[in-house]
Design a binder for this molecule. Sequence first.
Ligand code: NAD
Ligand code: TDX
Length: 335
Amino acid sequence: MKVVVTGGAGFIGSNFIRYMLAHYPQDEVINVDALTYAGNPENLADVESHPAYRFVKADIADRTAIEPLFAEGVDAVVNLAAESHVDRSIMQPDLFVRTNVLGTQTLLELSRQYGVRKFVQVSTDEVYGTLGDTGLFTEHTPLRPNSPYSASKAGADLLVRAYYETYGLPVNITRCSNNYGPYQFPEKLIPLMIHNALQDKPLPVYGDGLNVRDWLYVEDHCRALDLVLRQGRDGEVYNIGGHNERNNLQVVRTILAELNKPESLIRFVADRPGHDRRYAIDASKIRKELGWTPQYDYESGIRATIRWYRDHTEWMERVISGDYRQYMAKQYGDR
Ligand code: NAD
Ligand code: TDX
């Protein structure tokens, strides 16, 4: 099978490509990534020379740049390329619409024209909006996105659905909860807090710190994507999540404890506008249909992840440069 993985230089994409090459050495994996601030080829340095791996630097919204690849013949597309950070989407929504909506539509159109046999859209639980204190998101929960990021992901999901209904393109949509693990860009909660704690800098907790996320180890997400790619029923949506609800303060306190840092580093800062209160996933469909269950336990997984970042401070420092510094200055002042 020849698979195009978009966004493969990012957090989940690099973990997914490593998973694919380790499990299916006979398949061909082509990583299409524009290398934005979030894309770091170093994330895949260990597989760069794998004979089944190829990297193509291209923007998914630029049809001219990616059409030659489809013209070569492609069996499947796993679309992970996206602008992925909610806070950035509040500052620059247009970029999110371009990459997440137009980029996805460009890939769908080429997939249709060149007869791709499976298109997997990697979406997010954020398209469902927010939950109150109880309940879980199922695949039937209405889409009620609250940020420009989640609205752009929801827009992409609707186009994926339309390409299935209108043109019969064999698609799946996956909606996963928050991932944690190695190679996550240090603008996201867990690596940002680890980075600041290691430098004895304040840890900016939004609002009251009681917003809840449902955490899943990135490799468990990758295994779910692989199952959907190979066995997903065409046209179906699959929710993915590990039943690991934690509020942000709990996550931050675990990080401080593991790094032997004081809780006095916690700073409550202004809340994120439109901040979703709680996400929690009902993953019973993918469990029943495809036999997926998470293999990593949260308590040991999060601790191993914290130690990975502690042991890869050079990676963190190389990643935190240029564009990222400007963004951080705008977002948080100079802390
Ligand atoms: P990331 O920001 O770490 O990586 C995104 C990658 O996409 C980067 O390598 C970037 O260079 C690339 N990219 C951005 N714009 C592009 C463009 N126009 N053309 C080609 N490449 C482009 O993101 P991530 O956290 O790895 O998320 C990957 C996907 O998974 C996204 O679609 C995201 O919506 C989804 N998702 C993420 C999570 C999570 O917790 N991180 C959870 C559920 C779903
Ligand atoms: O500095 C911070 N302080 C803080 O309190 C940051 C960066 C975040 N937070 C809070 C906001 C959220 O309640 O932590 C929680 C997690 O924030 P993010 O890491 O920004 O993730 P989230 O907004 O939940 O979105 C993530 O999960 C779903 C990914 O970034 C998305 O790409 C994915 O779709």
